[in-house]
Structure formats: structure tokens, C-alpha cells
Design a protein around this ligand. Structure first.
Ligand code: SP5
Ligand code: ZN
Length: 344
């Protein structure tokens, strides 16, 4: 399996994030990708390629232009204001406030275009996120050229980013960009399976009213787990998209057997959809040792996941999402990819 490695990822290096009133060391760090790269290289999984620039246009198919413009210029605006350290939002247009106007104030636009205060906007966030999407598009090219699978090694992750907001460590929704690009290149039906511990609210929202992308997600119950306000079991899609969204929340502490039972349920829905392509939002924060999550998967379960996805039998694009047990992340991701290679 070929890996597309976003070598611009270290440009995004947050030092801290807010947690319970304090700034704590950031969980989403460059070291995560370094450990994965080391594991992929060490195991000789396959060639490691650089992303090819497909331009901004592919991002604008799923993100609003004004959001992308904001992201591209945000760091310079923050610096011009004398911002010290990474930029954080501090005010949001919640219920009864207007979100149909874009105020001049930078602080106001930080809030308009974000969903939480846990996602530092850094000097290199835009560069890293832009090239992450390019890496996803490069991976898609491999599948369209006939490869069975490809792995996109990138950060920051993407699945929490919506059409016009960042959050959950995510800025550009790589899975959505890739799914839309696949449709634009002639495929008809795309399945996105999101196995990150957290619900992929951004991906769900982008395709919620559409029938050409089926979004299925297995995740910590949003009653107690981030992102809280989306990812519940009754979210089935709307309008033309009704019936093309499926959420499988599990309580924190759920067992491996419960997780794989939900995986079967998710795959059954995707199979009935008869998609042309599978995109996997591959978060490994379901790992037992993850510092911010509460499932119990271990390395053998990650290999089992890979094998199961191979048996699903579709061209498969793996996109890196979360996973914060930094020292273990490389072998956990590798287990999925090698499990896939060894699967049917
Ligand atoms: C892509 C992805 O996995 N995003 C996850 C975003 C989670 N944001 C909430 C993080 C809360 C951190 N809690 C720290 C607990 C320390 N014990
Ligand atoms: Zn996650």
C-alpha cells in the first residue's frame, strides 16, 4: 500500500490547548505523524509519496470561499493585532445571535468560523491543512488509477471541520474533499466510514442532505463525548439525504465486542448502499491507552479492523484522523494497514 505523506504537517505545531481552565500541552502534535511515518517506513508498507497540488478549487467544493479566505489570512490578522502565541476563539454566535453577517472584528470572525476553544490556530495551520487535503486528493488519484488502497498520512485531522468552521483540531475536511472530488471525477456513490473515537460532525453535516455520499460513524456517545451536539443515533439524514447517514454511538468504556458488533452494523448499511469507493476516516483514538478517549481497542483489534475492511472489498482510501497515544499511534495505524494488506 502506498502512503501519501503530508510533509508540511510540522508547520502546524500548537503548544497548548484549554482544558478545565488551564492551558495544557496540546494533544494533537507533530510527533504523532513522526511516529506513524517511522512505523510505515520500518515495516516497508510500500512507497511513500509526496502530495501533488490539485489547487484550492477542490477544497472550495465543500468549504465556503469566505471560510477558506479567512483561514488563509487568519494568522497574519492575528499577528497584526499583536496576538501572542496561538490564536483561540473567545466568542460565538450562539442561539439568538446573528450568524448571517461577517463582522469586521477578527475576534468575531474567529468565533463565527469555529466550534470550540480547544483548537489552537497556529502560524502554519493553513499550510498544513491545505497540503493535507492535497495529500487526500493524491491518494484518491491512486485509487482512480486502479490501486486497491492508499493511506494518507496527514495532520491536522479533518472530520470535525464543517463547510465553514474549524474545531476538534480540524481545519479542512479531508474526507469530504476526497469524497466530493471522487464524485466530480465520475464516481456515483461514496461511502465514508468514520472509526475515530469522536463523531465526524463536519463530514456528516456536509453531506447530510445528499444521497451521493453515505456517512457512517462509530463513536463515543455524544451525551458524554465531544462533539456533544451531533452524532446521536436518530440522525438519519434529511431531504434527499434521508436514509444515507448512520450513527453508531457507544457508551464510554464499551468493550471490543460491542465495537465490532457496531462495525458490522455500519458495514451492513454501507453494503446495502452499494458504493463505488470506501473512504475511512481512520482515527485510532479508540485505543485503550488513548489519553482523551474511553474505548478499549488494542493492537490486535486494529489488525482485525483492517482485515475486515479488506473483506468489504472496495477500493479504500485511509485518511488519518485522531489518535493521541503518541508512542503507540504508529503501530496502531500500521496494524490497520497491514491487516488490510493481509485481508482477502
Ligand atoms: C480529530 C479528533 O480526534 N479530535 C478530537 C477533539 C477532542 N476535543 C476535546 C478534547 C478534550 C481534551 N480533554 C483532555 C482530557 C485530559 N485528561
Ligand atoms: Zn477523535
Amino acid at each position: 500500500m502506498k502512503t501519501i505523506y503530508n510533509d508540511k504537517h510540522p508547520a502546524h505545531a500548537a503548544t497548548h490547548e484549554f482544558f478545565r481552565g488551564r492551558l495544557v500541552p496540546a494533544f494533537e502534535t507533530p510527533a504523532r505523524a513522526d511516529f506513524i511515518l517511522q512505523a510505515v517506513q520500518g515495516a516497508d508498507l510500500g512507497p511513500i509519496l509526496a502530495p501533488v497540488n490539485h489547487g484550492l478549487q477542490a477544497l472550495a467544493r465543500v468549504h465556503s470561499s469566505r471560510y477558506l479566505n479567512f483561514l488563509a489570512g487568519a494568522w497574519d490578522e492575528w499577528q497584526a493585532l499583536g496576538g501572542e502565541g496561538d490564536a483561540f476563539p473567545a466568542v460565538w454566535p450562539v442561539r439568538s445571535l446573528r450568524d448571517d453577517i461577517e463582522p469586521q472584528s477578527f475576534a468575531a470572525r474567529m468565533g463565527l468560523y469555529s466550534m470550540d476553544s480547544g483548537t489552537p490556530l497556529t502560524a502554519g495551520a493553513w499550510d498544513a491543512a491545505f497540503w493535507g487535503a492535497q495529500a487526500a486528493l493524491t491518494g484518491l488519484d491512486l485509487l482512480l488509477a486502479g490501486e486497491r488502497s492508499a493511506y494518507v498520512l496527514t495532520r491536522p485531522p479533518g472530520h470535525h471541520a464543517g463547510s465553514d468552521f474549524f474545531g476538534g483540531y480540524c481545519f479542512v475536511n479531508n474526507a469530504a474533499v476526497a469524497a466530493q472530488a471522487a464524485l466530480d471525477q465520475g464516481l456515483k456513490k461514496i461511502a465514508i466510514l468514520d472509526v475515530d473515537y469522536h463523531h465526524g460532525n463536519g463530514t456528516q453535516a456536509i453531506f447530510y442532505e445528499r444521497a451521493d455520499v453515505f456517512f457512517a460513524s462509530i463513536h463515543g456517545d455524544p451525551q458524554t463525548e465531544y462533539p456533544f451536539f451531533l452524532g446521536h443515533a436518530d440522525e438519519a439524514g434529511a431531504g434527499a439525504g434521508l436514509g444515507f447517514n448512520a450513527n453508531f454511538p457507544l457508551p464510554a468504556g464499551a468493550t471490543n465486542e460491542q465495537w465490532f458488533e457496531r462495525l458490522e452494523a455500519a458495514l451492513a448499511r454501507l453494503q446495502a448502499y452499494a458504493p463505488d469507493l470506501l473512504i475511512v476516516s481512520l482515527g485510532v483514538d479508540t485505543f485503550a491507552g488513548d489519553p482523551i478517549s474511553h474505548f478499549q481497542l488494542d493492537q490486535p483489534e486494529f489488525a482485525r479492523l483492517g482485515e475486515r475492511l479488506a473483506r468489504f472489498g472496495l477500493p479504500t482510501l485511509f485518511l488519518q484522523e485522531g489518535g493521541y497515544a503518541t508512542e503507540a499511534i504508529g503501530l496502531n495505524v500500521l496494524a490497520v494497514l497491514q491487516g488490510f494488506e493481509q485481508g482477502a
